[in-house]
Design a protein around this ligand. Structure first.
Ligand SMILES: Nc1ncnc2c1ncn2[C@@H]1O[C@H](COP(=O)(O)OP(=O)(O)O)[C@@H](O)[C@H]1O
Ligand SMILES: N[C@@H](CCC(=O)OP(=O)(O)O)C(=O)O
Length: 370
């Protein structure tokens, strides 16, 4: 089957391909992937690499045989293995590679997100290959993405890619985990990502990998909703990249949605983590869904403890549906005082004119199918 053409792609490479024998980094599979990247660049296409493997590479320096690996040990492995992983890639290329280490904390803060975005665009303009990984050595549970499949989808959105290639050690998405059910069948195309598709995914059997198939489907959901065709391909087979270069689909293609979200709406929906809830009446919920900003009058309750500038979910108090998510201009404490009131009465009571909009329409994304 011929695949859609693309101009800018993110290529994600999992730990199993970087350190296949559990003895540090290896060129075994990377050579074919590196050739693919070089050939794409020669054709004028742009590539960003999201590479796992720092912890897998670090295992040769920090010995630990138990499972699961304790978090401080895994972080130390990642810190010592990251330069090995970078060196293992850069030896294949005549052009420079840039290391970008990032956490979810960098992506959910709009100013830092825009800053990383500008850096990535500048690197691409200068023909540098960005090599991205999560900053595992310092990421805490609260600030990490947690797996590089989702990270790759966030990066694909950030750089406005039109394709995402997730290179793993399996031929694509099967109707069951083929390592558990050997007669499982590969699905060449997924038109729409539904709960049934998620139900096919199992975890990973690789001790140093993170996500398994579920995080790859989550990544595909994020990317396709931004208009990015997403592939899961087997990076351990040289023919995979020959087929990709011939414009054929060697794995599973998750087709991009036809009406993609804008970059900011996508960021609001898929990157920002909600810190609380603003409960509104039905009329206000309908108005927000129709595109209005959220004002104080329709707010009936405030839940959670959030600051100005945090993301919150707007919930319809009558049918309990989450209708939208957005950036709140008030803290939860302030909102508890002014909820349900007209702006003019707030001005009278408190002696100042408050910001009229609690959440601006430009800072809102609708959650119609959640
Ligand atoms: N439905 C499925 N189809 C294909 N692979 C699956 C499925 N469910 C679980 N898996 C497992 O997911 C693994 C790939 O995920 P993972 O080990 O995290 O790889 P990576 O290191 O490339 O991210 C496969 O080796 C396979 O055992
Ligand atoms: N950031 C981690 C990899 C996390 C991850 O998602 O791993 P994998 O499932 O192999 O893609 C590392 O470099 O070790």
């Amino acid at each position: 089957m011929n695949m859609p053409s693309w101009q800018r792609a993110v290529v994600k490479v999992g730990s199993a391909l970087i350190a296949p024998d559990n003895t540090g980094t290896s060129s075994k599979y990377l050579l074919a992937i590196a050739r693919f990247i070089i050939e794409c660049r020669e054709r004028g296409q742009e590539v960003v690499l999201v590479s796992s493997g720092s912890a897998a590479a670090g295992r040769t320096h920090i010995a630990y045989d138990g499972h699961p690996i304790p978090v401080p040990i895994k972080k130390a492995m990642a810190a010592v293995g990251q330069p090995d992983m970078m060196a293992n890639w850069s030896r294949f290329f005549d052009f420079p590679c840039a290391q970008i280490l990032i956490t979810h904390g960098d992506l959910r803060d709009r100013a830092r997100y825009v800053s990383v975005r500008n850096t990535m665009h500048t690197l691409l303009e200068h023909d540098v290959l960005p090599v991205v990984n999560e900053n595992d050595a310092l990421a805490t549970d609260e600030m990490k993405v947690g797996d590089n499949d989702n990270l790759a989808a966030m990066i694909a959105t950030l750089v406005d890619a039109d394709a995402l290639f997730i290179c793993s050690d399996i031929d694509g998405l099967f109707d069951a985990d083929p390592r558990v059910k050997p007669d499982a069948k590969k699905m060449p195309i997924v038109e729409e990502i539904t709960e049934d598709i998620f139900a096919l995914a199992g975890g990973t059997t690789n001790k140093i990998a993170t996500g398994g198939m579920r995080t790859k489907i989550e990544a595909a959901e994020k990317a396709t909703s931004h208009g990015i065709d997403t592939y899961i391909v087997n990076g351990s087979k040289g023919e995979t990249f020959e087929l990709l270069l011939q414009g054929q689909n060697p794995g599973t293609l998750f087709k991009r949605q036809q009406d993609p979200m804008s970059n900011k709406k996508h960021w609001l929906r898929h990157t920002l983590v909600s810190q609380g809830e603003v409960v509104v009446d039905s009329e206000t919920a309908d108005a927000v869904v129709a595109g209005d900003a959220l004002t104080t009058t329709g707010i009936v309750d405030v839940q959670g403890d959030f600051n100005r500038g945090d993301a919150v979910v707007i919930r319809n108090g009558e049918n309990t549906e989450a209708v939208a998510k957005g950036i709140c201009q008030y803290s939860s404490h302030e909102l508890l005082h002014i909820k349900g009131q007209e702006v003019s009465s707030i001005a009278e009571q408190y002696g100042y004119s408050p910001i009229t909009e609690v959440i601006e329409s430009n800072d809102l994304t609708i959650l119609e199918d959640e």
